[in-house]
Each structure stands twice: as C-alpha cells, then as structure tokens.
Ligand binder design. Structure first.
Ligand code: PEP
Ligand code: MN
Length: 346
C-alpha cells in the first residue's frame, strides 16, 4: 500500500501517518520527492485498511497495490486451477462443453435435451429447477421436482448436473442433488448465498453480475473461497450496456483478465449474453479464441414451446455443429475438447 501525501502536507502530518502504521505493526518507508512525499507501507493490508489513513490530515490518496482478494488471486497461486465436476475437468488444457435446457420442464424434455447435448459432445448437463425470473408471473421452475428429474436424467445419461440455487435456505437441498451449484447473475452479490454455497461441499459456478465489475465478481468468488471451497468456476454471461441488439453485451475481454487476476477457470455463457440462437455459435467461437475454459449452452428439443429462453435455445443440429467447430478450434488454442463417450461428433 502507498500513502500519497498532499503537496502542502507538513512534516508533522507525514510523521503522524508513519507513526500510526508502525504502531499497528507495519513498516513505513518515507520517500520525499521534489513536490510531494509518498509513504510505502509493508505489512498486513487488512490491518492498514482499518487505520482510516485516508482521513488523516495531509493525506491525498491511499493506493492499494495488492489485490483485495487473496484465496482466488494468482498472486498467491501462480498455477491456474482445474475444477472437476463429477470427474469432468474444467480448466487450462481443456475445453468443456456444458449444455442443457434453460429450465427443467418435464422429464421427457429434460432427457431429450440431455441426449441432444451428449450426442453432440457435451459432458456436463445444465438445467434450472429454481429459476430466478425477472417477472413474478413467469415460470419459476419446478423446484425439488425439477431436481428429481435432473437426478433421473443423470442416472440415465451419466452426465453430471449443474443447477442453480437462488436462496441460501435451499443450498443444502440443491447440493443434495447437484454436482455443481450455479449462482446466477441476479445473485452475484448475495453474500449470504455465496457463503452458504461455500460451505456446501460441491463445486460452484459463479456467474458475473450483470452490473458487476470484474473485481466485484472476483470478490464474490472470494466469499465462496473464504468458506473453504476453492472449487469455483467463473462464468462471463454478458453485462448491461446501452446496447439493445443483444440481451447482454458479452464482455469477452473479461475472460483473459479474470484468468490473469485469479487462478480459477473461466467459462462463457453465449446463450444468456447474446440472447438469440444466431449469436450462440459466433460468440462460442469468440470465447474459444479468447481462451475460455469452457462454454455453457442452452438447448431445447422444441425451442418454440420452451417455458424459458426459447429464442436462445439451440436445436440438435445447432449444438452438433457448435461442438464440431469447438473440436476443431480447441487444439488451435492449445486445448482438447473434453469428449463424452456417447459423442458422435468429429
Ligand atoms: C441461467 O443460466 O439459467 C441463468 C438464469 O443465467 P443468468 O444468471 O446468467 O441470467
Ligand atoms: Mn435462461
């Protein structure tokens, strides 16, 4: 941390800062420039944060050099992590395809979507039983009945299941069925939920808040990690901007930035960012090119009757084409597409 003194700061004010830092167990190195003095602090940043240095007389600014997140930072963990979900790896060296319906509607629809996904090459099944909907009148998901359908489809297909939890009170229930807990964009700063997910003993997929900065997203992951769970996968799913042509603006640069700042795998959701079927393949290509560790895709056997997000759902032919292209592109960026045994792709 560096304390920048105001140009007119007095020597007494400089000394007062250094004294407060040393009294708290830190070291303070005073550098006098031509116009102003800066004080370099060495020690525990959390302790320094509590000293209210910013409000001391003569202080112009306090600049934090190290990242505010610790457990998920690459500063303390150089190697990028691999997270395993029911044995399926997500991380450097591989490209993982997650696919399934936006919402679990019926056993037949969920199984058909899973089989389409698996035939294309997806190795993890997505599907929401608890749906966070903007409108209280929209389909809210089947709840536990939906979780039971997911468990049945997993038994049939052997695909591990990623499903969303929207409330801290439901974490235990959802974790008893899911292989990975999804935390959605609307809950990206629901700290009680993040903490509960961190204690659930299952990997967590954490979507970026639609209004959240990359730093806020990483701090949200730190909440999960701080409860003892480092099996976290970050998911860029687009942010809110002035642009109306897409559902959200896919912030593709967030992928390499989050990978540089943190050691966690980063995947992309081209379905919820583009919001339209035609955009899913081009955005997937962009995600692979930029170095994403995987993609999560909405598929539906009958998108025209889907209860949730039909316009962005891929059909069987679409997901097959997407997986084939991912299989060709992945080696160009030093990755192997994780393939399921049932895949019929290239
Ligand atoms: C979803 O994946 O089903 C979902 C609701 O996504 P998001 O939280 O990104 O809107
Ligand atoms: Mn959706």
């Amino acid at each position: 941390m560096v304390v920048v003194m105001a140009v007119q700061a007095s020597e007494d004010e400089v000394q007062a800062v250094a004294t407060r830092v040393r009294a708290a167990g830190g070291a303070a190195f005073v550098s006098r420039g031509v116009n102003r003095t800066v004080i370099g602090l060495v020690g525990d940043v959390v302790v320094f944060e509590a000293l209210s240095l910013r409000s001391m007389a003569g202080v112009a600014d306090v600049i934090r050099i190290s990242a505010p997140y610790k457990l998920i930072s690459r500063e303390n963990h150089q190697e990028r992590s691999v997270v395993r979900v029911g044995g399926v790896p997500i991380g450097p060296g591989t490209m993982t395809l997650i696919a399934g319906p936006c919402a679990v509607e019926t056993p037949e629809q969920t199984l058909a979507a899973a089989q389409m996904a698996q035939a294309a090459g997806a190795t993890l099944l997505r599907g929401g039983a608890f749906k966070p909907r903007t409108s209280p009148y929209a389909f809210q998901g089947l709840g536990e009945a939906g979780l039971r359908i997911l468990a049945d489809v997993r038994a049939e297909t052997r695909m591990p299941v990623v499903t969303e939890v929207v409330d801290a009170a439901d974490v235990e229930l959802v974790a008893s069925y899911a292989d990975m807990l999804q935390i959605g964009t609307r809950n990206a700063q629901n700290f009680a939920l993040l903490q509960a997910a961190g204690e659930a003993g299952k990997p967590v997929m954490l979507k970026r808040g639609m209004n959240g900065t990359i730093e806020e997203w990483l701090m949200a992951a730190e909440y999960v990690a701080q409860r003892g769970n480092l099996d976290i996968v970050l998911c860029e799913r687009g942010i809110r901007t002035f642009e109306k042509a897409t559902r959200n603006t896919l912030d593709i640069s967030a992928v390499p930035i989050a990978q540089r700042l943190g050691h966690l795998p980063v995947i992309v959701d081209p379905s919820h960012s583009g919001g339209h079927r035609d955009l899913v393949l081009p955005l997937t290509r962009a995600a692979i090119a930029v170095g994403a560790d995987g993609v999560i895709i909405d598929v539906h056997p009958h998108p025209e009757t889907a209860l949730c997000d039909g316009p962005q759902a891929l059909t069987s032919a679409d997901i097959g084409e997407l997986a084939d292209i991912a299989g060709v592109m992945a080696p160009l960026v030093g990755r192997a597409l994780v393939r399921s045994p049932a895949s019929t792709g290239v």
